[in-house]
Design a protein. Sequence first.
Length: 147
Amino acid sequence: MKLINRDTDYGLKALLAIAGRRGDVTPVSALTEELGIPRPYLRKIMQALAGKGIVWSFKGRGGGFVLGRPAKEIAMADVIRIFQGKISLHDCLFRKKLCPDVKTCPLRETISRLEGRLVKDLEALSVASILKAKKGRHKARKTGGQP
């Protein structure tokens, strides 16, 4: 099971790079260079984010991307859902058929509870909070201290 796939990972990295520029338009060339993501692949990622209003896109000379809403309002859960759909820790083996053990499955309640906590934590984790933690770790490394 992978909680975060490559598209989600790249989307989050791009959002962090854009958020770090504090409102300046970020050209695609800067993102591809900084993140090491091939331009066509990054374009696909950015189009998906733009389609959901997470970023705004500006074309032409001086174009690029800016956040579509404040970084503190962009939850990690939002980005996961854009690229991966519903956040789920498990799938019933019977997929679309009703599981015969749905009412008596000993794991169902526990996994559902864990899933609920995970979603709540991912909803609380914003681009702004990740960026703040990243800067704190970077600063601690520079000074030789602990984050």
